[in-house]
Design a protein around this ligand. Structure first.
Ligand SMILES: NC(=O)c1ccc[n+]([C@@H]2O[C@H](COP(=O)([O-])OP(=O)(O)OC[C@H]3O[C@@H](n4cnc5c(N)ncnc54)[C@H](OP(=O)(O)O)[C@@H]3O)[C@@H](O)[C@H]2O)c1
Length: 326
């Protein structure tokens, strides 16, 4: 038996920390003693049942984890290897990281970058790795720091806060949009040069407005994404990865056909392994560990269920790292 969160849908949808039998581990060649997992937006949707994330019950949530291999039938991993996992349906269709153990296919795993401890790797977690994929997307589209300001929406969130930190380290001028202007000093400590209020972007707006952003990293979707595109400079790039405001997108094609704006979708879940390695390597060279610690809070497995509601209510700042052994 090992400890973990289990989600049941009978007699009604509920999530609780419980003892889980080894037989309920998933299928795969590699067994991992998990050290840290995290609470991402998707985990919070799964735990609260506010999003249709879990399809099979009972299920252990947790879309990412870091830990040590203790049994392996794969040539790629041996007992004692430090590994990380992001996505691939783990914590959705396959038992996930909010538990002390996992069994997964070898090709879901990558070796933990040597720059990070397991705790630091999960301070980044899926949100941080996704932020890096977004930054790489802007770079690959030629958005260089001299081109102008970069907008990061959902600034206090996991993706947003890491994106600010990474962009600032690379020399970009970052403007963070946030519904929590009282966190301005925190956002500036991560490297934002200024903030704008979330409400400036969250209502329906005009098809195109004054060109401002050279690039955008958006984890919010809905009208915010539409307004971000409407104010993106000629030839600029918008990397869209989230839906914290909504999944809808009601806008015109004007920014695309009149200004050549590029809207790049970012998926981290099924991302090919080479892209993951590229993103984690870049994180290894860019992340300031002191800043990373300043945007992270380590919490116990037992408190994750309650924190899920707070995360969805937009009350969590930065990243929540879950110590699955407490
Ligand atoms: N595509 C992928 O593979 C991928 C990977 C990771 C995450 N995501 C998605 O990215 C989004 C962010 O994930 P996360 O883990 O960073 O979540 P998070 O930590 O909860 O951050 C979301 C942030 O968005 C802002 N926000 C919340 N509600 C909002 C609303 N109604 N309108 C506008 N802004 C709002 C808040 O920032 P402020 O208080 O500063 O405004 C909040 O902190 C989620 O939708 C998640 O599913 C996608």
């Amino acid at each position: 038996m090992f400890k973990g969160i289990q989600i049941q849908n009978e007699p009604q949808y509920n999530a609780r920390v419980t003892e889980i039998a080894e037989e309920q581990l998933g299928n795969g060649e590699v067994e991992v003693n998990i050290e840290y997992s995290t609470l991402n937006y998707k985990d919070a949707l799964a735990i609260t049942g506010k999003g249709k994330i879990i399809r099979e019950f009972p299920m252990t949530p947790g879309i990412d984890f870091a830990g040590k291999v203790f049994r392996s039938q794969s040539d790629d991993f041996v007992s004692g290897d430090s590994v990380i996992l992001n996505g691939f349906g783990v914590g959705e269709r396959f038992p996930g990281g909010l538990a002390q153990k996992a069994r997964v296919p070898a090709d879901f795993l990558i070796k933990q970058p040597s720059e990070f401890s397991s705790k630091e790797a999960m301070m980044l977690g899926t949100a941080g790795y996704t932020a890096m994929l977004c930054v790489l997307a802007l770079q690959k589209q030629g958005v260089t720091p001299d081109k102008g300001e970069i907008l990061v929406t959902g600034g206090n969130g996991g993706v947003g806060s890491v994106a600010i930190m990474l962009l600032s380290k690379l020399g970009y001028q970052v403007i963070a949009s946030t519904g929590r202007p009282e966190e301005k000093a925190f956002l500036q400590s991560l490297g934002a040069v200024d903030i704008i209020e979330r409400s400036e972007l969250s209502e329906p707006g005009r098809p195109m407005v004054r060109e401002r952003w050279a690039g955008v990293i958006d984890s919010v979707g809905s009208h915010t994404l539409a307004n971000a595109c409407a104010a993106t400079q000629y030839g600029g790039t918008v990397a869209a990865c989230g839906l914290a405001q909504g999944m809808d997108l009601n806008m015109t094609v004007a920014p695309f056909i009149l200004r050549g704006v590029k809207l790049i979708g970012i998926d981290s879940v099924m991302r090919p392994i080479e892209d993951r390695k590229e993103a984690w390597k870049a994180l290894g060279s860019l992340v300031d560990k002191q800043l990373l610690a300043s945007l992270s809070t380590v919490v116990a497995l037992s408190s994750s269920v309650d924190l899920a509601e707070q995360l969805l209510a937009g009350k969590v700042r930065g990243r929540l790292v879950v110590d699955v052994n407490t």
